[in-house]
Ligand binder design. Structure first.
Ligand SMILES: [Ca+2]
Ligand SMILES: [Ca+2]
Length: 193
């Protein structure tokens, strides 16, 4: 697995580009209406609210490597969560970097793009959960209890690592490399690549 630097926080405001039209929900005067005009406003209110809900939910997608992702306006491109609000425009119209999403991170990001660590003040992008790397700093993103991570994959050796970077497993590439990576030295004496 590729090693990634921990990403705990992130810069704030980015320029808004071609913000997709969002249909507002404005039905507060419905109760004062009656007859056909009231029915029409009620209809528009329900229609607009439904449109808003669909818009919000329809960004959910699955990437080629089976991560939950962010769907661009082209309805084809599915970005890894960590490519949203990373100051680099990855969707065709930059909809992954709009101020409405990226101001005050992670408040305006859809919940499926982030993971709250054992310390809820710390968050990471959800694609850094269960990737073998200690992105939260307390290994909560690699735990079974909080993150429901499976046991070490076939490319990993199960042990208690001595490196802060790892949690429950070390990459098998570290086995038999002449340096201790597990607290019990099993990477040098028991691990088979
Ligand atoms: Ca981006
Ligand atoms: Ca991780």
């Amino acid at each position: 697995a590729a090693r990634r630097a921990p990403q705990f926080t992130r810069g704030s405001a980015f320029a808004a580009r071609q913000r997709p039209a969002r249909v507002g929900a404005g039905g507060s005067t419905c109760a004062l209406m009656s007859g056909e005009s009231g029915s029409m406003i009620l209809f528009l209110f329900i229609f607009n609210t439904t449109r808003s809900s669909l818009f919000t939910e329809s960004r959910l997608c699955t990437t080629a490597d089976n991560h939950t992702g962010f769907l661009c306006n082209d309805r084809i491109t599915c970005l890894l969560p960590s490519r949203v609000c990373d100051s680099s425009s990855d969707c065709g119209s930059g909809e992954d970097e709009t101020a409405s999403l990226c101001n005050n991170l992670p408040k305006n990001l859809p919940g499926y793009l982030i993971f709250r660590c054992g310390n809820p003040a710390i968050w990471i992008y959800s694609n850094y959960k269960c990737n073998g790397i200690n992105n939260c700093g307390d290994c909560s993103d690699e735990s079974y209890t909080l993150a429901s991570c499976p046991s070490c994959g076939s490319d990993w050796w199960t042990c208690t690592p001595i490196l802060f970077q790892y949690c429950n497993c070390v990459p098998k590439s570290l086995c038999m490399n002449g340096a201790q990576d597990c607290s019990n030295w099993s990477d040098e004496y028991a691990c088979v690549k």
